[in-house]
Ligand binder design. Structure first.
Ligand code: HEM
Ligand code: HEM
Length: 238
């Protein structure tokens, strides 16, 4: 689609890397400078909560995004190597995402707060579960044991479509998370136009721009690189 519009993926991957770096710095500044820091064990349970946005954004969303973009970030990369990095980055993303969610539950349980009452938490659990299903289908179809070539060929557009759907759902979940936390803080007296409130809203905005760049990079064709003789991502049979 984006190919028909005449855009190539590469500039969008550059924009995405830069926006990812900005979002990572912003969420760290928020958690460490404004919210008091990060901890797995602490008397101040807010520090345990702080691990949640940091890991969900840097571990789950950013590493997952780099996984999605790997085929476009390095168009000259050998296809099997790209596939392996795609697999590894998504695996780390799911693990760090699970640890991040664990920290949200840990904070709630140790503070006597109810679990799973919000749309954010429902969508979040839904998104990471679908991400896990996508991972299993991707692994079995394209890596080990690997489906027959014609099955792989017809599964690929569905893999990309479903992958982007789950990805966008994840972005939406993070937006609700930022909104919810900032609303809690503002109800507790945080200045609505203060530096911290602006920082949180801007972080969420950067995530929107970042996600847009990732989705366009995934849809747009890679810049042409001379491919080795006989190269075929999925062998054509018959
Ligand atoms: C996109 C990745 C994210 C996922 C999958 C996710 C998932 C979850 C889940 C499952 C819970 C429920 C914990 C419980 O019930 O004990 C939760 C809680 C929470 N999360 Fe996230 N989260 C994500 C990102 C974020 C971000 C970026 C923020 C920003 C601060 C955030 C803020 C919150 C807040 C304030 C809570 C506690 C209130 C509630 O349960 O809704 N989340 N999250
Ligand atoms: C939950 C994790 C995953 C997500 C969100 C995801 C998402 C995507 C997306 C959006 C694309 C299209 C990229 C593009 O065309 O630029 C893609 C391609 C691909 N993915 Fe995944 N994927 C996941 C897991 C896996 C796993 C575990 C494997 C197995 C190794 C895999 C193998 C592939 C392959 C072979 C391609 C095609 C690359 C090509 O164009 O030749 N994916 N994935």
């Amino acid at each position: 689609m984006a190919g028909a519009l005449g855009v190539k993926a590469t500039p969008f991957t550059y924009a995405a890397h830069a926006l990812a770096a900005a979002a990572a710095v912003m969420v760290l500044v928020w958690a460490i400078h404004f919210r008091g820091g990060l901890a797995f064990e602490a008397v101040n349970k807010n520090l345990i909560f702080n691990v949640h946005p940091v890991l969900m954004l840097i571990g789950y969303i950013i590493l997952g995004s780099e996984g999605i973009m790997i085929y476009k970030s390095f168009p000259g990369l050998n296809h099997d190597t790209a596939k392996l990095i795609h697999l590894i980055l998504h695996t780390i993303a799911i693990v760090l995402g699970a640890v991040g969610i664990y920290c949200a539950f840990k904070n709630h349980n140790e503070s006597g707060i109810a679990n799973l009452y919000s749309l954010h938490s429902w969508l979040g659990l839904g998104a990471i579960s679908l991400y896990g299903i996508q991972w299993i289908f991707g692994l079995v179809t394209f890596f080990f044991p690997g489906a027959a070539p014609d099955v792989r060929r017809s599964a690929l557009p569905w893999h990309a479509l479903f992958g982007l759907f789950v990805y966008i759902l994840t972005l939406a979940t993070s937006q609700l998370g930022f909104l919810e936390k900032l609303t809690f803080l503002e109800s507790g007296g945080l200045d609505k136009y203060g530096t911290e409130a602006i920082l949180v809203n801007c972080t969420a905005l950067v995530v929107v721009l970042f996600g847009t760049a990732v989705v366009i990079a995934a849809i747009a064709p890679a810049d042409k690189v001379d491919e080795p003789e006989g190269y075929a991502p999925i062998p054509v049979v018959g």
